[in-house]
Design a protein around this ligand. Structure first.
Ligand code: FAD
Length: 573
């Protein structure tokens, strides 16, 4: 079975669910109308189906390896990367000033999701470069922009992000890499970074690392961190690759999955770097890259889930087992109620997560196009939800995909297990999902819950109107939004952050559940008949949505019971 890019689903969501028309109505994105975006998505879909999807197994069976200090990528990845680069898929949203297409983030989001569905390992490479492009566009000097952006936008050079050190994972502020002023406009960077995705490759002319490090005398914690651009090869006077910089790949990690993506330990030995943004402004600059990457990683989860779903569906239509329990059935396992439950769950969850990601991208585009703070607040609210729910959905869907295959799901040659292994890391990197949910109940509710309540109000108004045509589903969504409103008020009223954090993961999951239900209701209303979108909406709203009640009960327990357990109480008696 070959992968099919879900282009029609993106188009439907853009047109009927997340209001993409608002984006293309702005002056900034007036050229990105339906016709153009449809042509772009179709072309990207072709790349994913014909070029990237055949590489998926290569990454697993022929992992990236380090030999004599050189990273060798999986079979076919160099050609795959060339096709991504030549198609301009790295720079869909990048500024036309440096050769990018200047299209909305909504379009990039769909393209990134498809690439992740086709081959997650290779798709991670352009995602890193995209984030770097955005960080440089916002924070770098004009000289750096002039040298680096055309090369990154064209894909001749790749980008990476270097935050993590052995003692500084979630706690980025604990990092100890050093930067010293060389007195000539450059800095000497020294330190070791671990887990660096695509730390090197054998297909781009240069690899440009954005590295967080501390200047002498900088304060402890995140305030003392600055950001530096440290290329593998130093650009010469004409901006072309020159001499090698003092950095190297120490080793590549042996991982659970995502074997086609080289995850490197990077050593910097007084490597030459350039400051990006102000001294001590490293975290702010890196956040530009991280927010971009968080939306992108959410889409990685959704994409991997899509790939797993398509494989499971094909298997369920083909595999014959047991008596056909339904009249006129096909005789394949798809006839069994429990297999239908699994497939419907996969499809309904993916639709919900995809809508959330696309709504997030629309909010980013509207914020860029209008500069209205409400759109920025909406984008900020949705980013941790997209990241955590998108990746949790990918993990859940890929895991169900293994189950649909029965024993064959556990046998590597079907490729079902690869989705599950590859997608697992998406809940860990770019800030673990625990950290995302703390961001939601912490920083994102610091406005007194205004952004969260505004979205709840919108959902509730829609449910109220939908009572006329879809009374049962609309009533259930209305009730869910009301309970979510009360739980949000409870969260905001907690002065103890630990009390909030103790319930943050179920709160985020419940918020996403309700949002997903709202988007399914939107689909049912816009479809207007008893078609496939309405049937899927009914499934989601009747069977999956009710989880919000238990999740919100859990979210509002506070922290007392967790800390009533002494550390010794965790020990096995
Ligand atoms: C394959 C792979 C690729 C990666 N790519 C990159 C990359 O390109 N660049 C880069 O810089 N990094 C990268 N990372 C690193 C990744 O971002 C970190 O692994 C991640 O941020 C978690 O840090 P940690 O591993 O140190 O875990 P820890 O921070 O030790 O976390 C362990 C557990 O404790 C929890 N925890 C930690 N602190 C808190 C807290 N304050 N409150 C509540 N819970 C907490 C976490 O949620 C987690 O469950 C990559 C990692 C992997 C595995």
């Amino acid at each position: 079975m070959s992968f099919r890019a879900p282009v029609q689903d993106y188009e439907y969501i853009m047109r009927h669910i997340v209001g993409y028309g608002k984006v293309s109505a702005t002056a900034r994105f007036e050229e990105a109308g339906e016709e153009l975006t449809s042509a772009i998505l179709t072309e990207a879909g072709r790349l994913c189906e014909e070029v990237l999807s055949p590489l998926q197994r290569n990454g697993d069976l022929d992992p990236a390896r380090l030999e004599d200090g050189v990273v060798h990528t999986s079979k076919g990845f160099a050609e795959g990367y060339k096709a991504i680069r030549e198609g301009g898929w790295i720079s869909v949203a990048a500024s036309p000033e440096y050769g990018g297409m200047g299209l909305p983030m909504t379009v990039t989001t769909a393209v990134n999701e498809m690439m992740s569905a086709a081959c997650l390992s290779i798709a991670l490479n352009p995602l890193m470069t995209q984030g770097q492009i955005e960080a440089l566009e916002h924070h770098a000097s004009e000289e750096i922009k002039a040298i680096y952006l055309p090369k990154l936008v064209s894909g001749e050079w790749c980008g990476t992000m270097n935050l993590t050190e052995a003692q500084a994972g979630s706690d980025v502020g604990a990092l100890s890499s050093k930067a010293e002023d060389n007195g000539d406009g450059t800095y000497a960077i020294t330190g070791q970074k671990i887990y660096i995705s695509w730390g090197d490759n054998d297909f781009s002319e240069n690899v440009c690392h954005l590295v967080l490090a501390r200047l002498p005398g900088a304060p402890a914690g995140t305030k003392g961190i600055s950001l530096f651009l440290v290329p593998k090869f130093l650009p010469d006077a004409s901006g072309e690759v020159g001499e090698a910089n003092s950095l190297h790949v120490v080793s590549l990690e042996h991982k659970l999955g995502l074997h086609g993506s080289p995850t490197a330990v990077m050593q910097y030995d007084g490597a030459t770097g350039w400051l990006v943004g102000p001294e001590g402004g490293g975290m702010a600059a890196m956040f530009t890259m991280m927010n971009n990457a968080r939306l992108g990683v959410g889409c990685q989860g959704i994409g991997a889930g899509e790939g797993a779903y398509q494989k499971a569906l094909a298997y369920a239509k083909d595999r014959k087992q047991g008596r056909t329990p339904v009249a006129g059935g096909t005789g394949a396992i798809i006839d069994h109620a429990d297999v239908r439950r699994m497939l419907a769950t996969m499809r309904a969850e993916l639709f919900a997560a995809r809508c959330i990601a696309m709504a997030n991208a629309v909010a980013i585009d509207m914020s860029h196009a209008t500069r209205e703070p409400d759109w920025a607040a909406r984008a900020a609210l949705l980013t941790p939800i997209t990241k955590a729910f998108g990746t949790d959905t990918g993990i859940k869907v890929a895991e169900i995909g293994v189950q649909v295959h029965g024993g064959m799901g556990f046998i590597e040659e079907t490729g079902a297990a690869q989705y599950s292994r590859d997608v697992r890391v998406t809940a860990i990197y770019e800030g673990t999902n625990g950290i995302q949910s703390m961001d939601l109940v912490g920083r994102k509710l610091m406005d007194g819950g205004e952004a969260a309540h505004t979205l709840i109000d919108e959902m509730q108004r829609f449910a109220e109107e939908a009572r006329a045509t879809r009374p049962l589903m609309a009533g259930l969504i209305w009730n869910a939004t009301e309970t979510l409103r009360e739980a949000t008020e409870w969260m905001v009223s907690q002065t103890s952050m630990t009390a909030r954090f103790a319930g943050s993961v179920p709160f985020l999951a419940a918020y996403a559940r309700v949002l997903g239900g709202y988007y399914h209701l939107c689909a049912a209303v816009s479809e207007g008949s008893n078609g496939p979108r309405t049937k899927l909406a009914r499934f989601y709203i009747n069977r999956l949505l009710p989880e919000y009640k238990a999740l919100l009960d859990h979210a509002m327990q506070g922290d007392a019971d967790l800390y009533a357990l002494d550390i010794e109480d965790f020990d096995v008696a």
